[in-house]
Design a protein around this ligand. Sequence first.
Ligand SMILES: Nc1ccn([C@@H]2O[C@H](COP(=O)(O)OP(=O)(O)OP(=O)(O)O)[C@@H](O)[C@H]2O)c(=O)n1
Ligand SMILES: C/C(=C\CO)CCC[C@H](C)CCC[C@H](C)CCCC(C)C
Length: 322
Amino acid sequence: NTVKPFSFPGIRKTAFVAQQPRPSRLSPLSSRSYAPSSPALFTIPHTSGIVSIRKVSNVRFLTPLLALPPATAQDLGGAALVGMASAVWLKLWTSLAISGAIDSKDSRKLIHCGSGPLFLLCWPFFSAEGTARLFAAGVPLLQIVAMIASGLAKAPSPAKNDSGIRAGESAMGKPSGLVAAISRSGNPAEVLRGPLIYVVILLLATVVFWRESVVGLVAVAQMAAGDGMADIVGRRWGAQKWSFSSTKSYAGSSAFALSGFVVSVALIAWFNFWGLVPALTAGVACKVALISILCAAVELVPWGDDNIFVPMVASALASWLL
Ligand SMILES: Nc1ccn([C@@H]2O[C@H](COP(=O)(O)OP(=O)(O)OP(=O)(O)O)[C@@H](O)[C@H]2O)c(=O)n1
Ligand SMILES: C/C(=C\CO)CCC[C@H](C)CCC[C@H](C)CCCC(C)C
């Protein structure tokens, strides 16, 4: 690998892009090469023109990164940035849930809807090396460790104020930030169920599918956007229930199919933009629509965990149809 500097005219910044030889280790889909290179990850402010690698190495904090092979530096930097973005994302919803600005049910479902797709949106910023997926997988892995630590924490004692549950608190008392934002009742043990399974699925999608296949994209979109929106929409506008269910509504299932479809298609278009997957054709869009409808039907099944069954069925259907 070589490092090639280039400048953006008028922006007065220089980016360093790892110019990688077409990796033979990647799957046939990737090596078919839908794009020339990975995007620039680091931009280094400077005052004029193109800077040399020696000048950049004067930026102290970058020196250890520059000593690494460019692809490794890109993946390490990428994982650190995505990890930080993840912390900011969770902090945002946690603060809103704790302050009482939004209901913890909504913060939980908005985190559910957004985390998976946002994480996938970051995948193109990693290098084309075969090990890149392992660096990316470090983000859900660290999250799993944090969730196990929060989940094993002692449940807080019930709030002393019997007049009601204060904003940001629950029947279980005042839970920790993450627990407040992603558990239903404020019981830390709940983090070890649906939320933990969700992040394990993200980890598996990263390691197993990575960005060379649309299967992982579709599976995560159905689990995150589809299932999350079914709840958000169904709880508000889901008065008309399915005849066989007292909780699941037509509105919820329609929101599932529509959001699962829109987010799957958007992710495929994003990955195609970076040249990582083939262009979205009408045929592929129709198949994704069918997968979204079938996953919405799976969500109606009253047993099992949606965070397991939905991505399992979605990945099986996507592997078969796409
Ligand atoms: N097809 C669906 C799915 C969900 N809902 C609404 O969303 C709520 C929660 O549904 P669901 O996610 O299936 O319940 P749980 O799995 O128990 O909740 P969670 O995912 O938060 O664990 C339901 O009560 C219902 O109001 C709906 O109307 N139609
Ligand atoms: C509440 C959840 C599921 C319940 O059905 C989702 C839990 C999500 C995790 C707490 C957070 C996962 C973060 C991702 C690993 C990384 C997101 C990165 C992105 C850039 C925001």
